[in-house]
Design a protein around this ligand. Structure first.
Ligand code: C2E
Ligand code: MG
Ligand code: MG
Ligand code: MG
Length: 285
């Protein structure tokens, strides 16, 4: 059995579910029921301020616990949900659940933690993301600064005009906007200046290798320096050891996330993790 959390988390499908068109169809047709039966749950991975060592928030990561298949990885079902259009329903659900979680953390005195939510380009294209965001914040009674939206570089390429206006409005309300998986797409930092982005999240493939590979380390350092020139903060994901954390801190990277601290945890375990963490609370950015 796979462990509750950590790497190798996901029970892999029985051989007949290993991938391919037929399996995709099975997943697609089962997803609706998964939503109805509450099989989709958010887990939370702590984010740490590298200067203060404090927990500043968490990324909400979706988990699908299927009664027979076990845990289905988001990399497996999110793309299918995007193709079927179901991602908009799932996305609304995630926004609601994430804001409720952030509300609960504050109510429990864990500090002003920020919850980061992954947003699919389709949610922007549908045109009501701003309404979904403000409804979720309002029903949780949360300030806009408690929410961070993560978009991948590729979502900036589609319908740039429309997106740029929507990001501008969201950002001006105080919601944090972050570019996820930075370095894997084709956008450059100059292009990003057109968008109301607050943070870059360096893709874990560079971060994980940086201590072993001088080219990756150089790339990470260059991204951090360029981001700072544009007044962007930097989050490094995929931090797996103390040496990487130390290098990132030396380069001035603001935030870290990765197995070095913790994998994504179920709600209760996340709360326990924050309580046990030596320096809990807010790093003011
Ligand atoms: P992502 O947003 O880039 O999330 C980071 C992924 O890296 C997560 O995988 C996380 O568990 C993993 N990770 C974190 N720290 C480490 C580390 O130190 N080492 C390694 N090797 N991996 C680490 P996960 O949870 O499997 O999510 C995969 C992707 O699925 C996410 O990538 C995101 O693109 C997508 N996703 C997850 N939840 C949602 C959601 O609610 N909505 C949308 N639209 N996409 C989601
Ligand atoms: Mg993300
Ligand atoms: Mg802003
Ligand atoms: Mg990422």
């Amino acid at each position: 059995r796979a462990k509750e959390s950590g790497r190798n988390t996901f029970l892999h499908f029985a051989p007949d579910m290993a991938g391919g068109a037929v399996e995709d169809l099975k997943i697609a047709s089962r997803l609706r029921l998964a939503i109805a039966q509450n099989e989709l749950q958010l887990h939370f991975q702590p984010q740490i301020g590298l200067r203060s060592g404090r927990i500043t928030g968490a990324e909400a990561l979706l988990r699908w616990q299927h009664p027979e298949w076990g845990l289905v990885a988001p990399a497996r079902f999110i793309p299918i949900a995007e193709r079927s259009g179901l991602i908009t329903v799932i996305g609304d659900l995630v926004m609601q659940q994430a804001c409720q979680a952030a509300r609960a953390w504050r109510a429990q005195g864990l500090g002003e933690l920020v919850v980061a939510v992954n947003v699919s380009p389709l949610q922007f294209q549908r045109g009501n993301l701003e309404a979904v965001v403000s409804a979720a914040l309002n029903s949780a009674g949360l300030p806009t600064s408690a929410l961070e939206l993560e978009l991948t570089e590729s979502s900036l390429l589609a319908d740039a005009q429309h997106l740029s206006a929507a990001l501008q409005r969201l950002s001006s309300t105080g919601v944090h906007i972050t570019i996820d998986d930075f370095g894997t797409g084709y956008s450059n930092l100059g292009y990003l200046r057109r968008f109301a982005v607050d943070r870059l999240k360096i893709d874990q493939s560079f971060v994980r290798r940086m201590c072993a590979n001088p080219h990756d380390e150089g790339l990470v350092r260059a991204i951090i320096e360029m981001a700072h020139c544009l007044d962007l903060q930097v989050v490094a994901e995929g931090v797996e050891d103390a040496a990487t954390r130390a290098r990132l801190a030396e380069f001035g990277c603001e935030f870290g996330q990765g197995f070095h601290w913790s994998p994504a945890l179920p709600m209760d375990a996340f709360v326990a993790f924050v309580r046990a963490h030596p320096a809990q609370g807010l790093q003011t950015h």
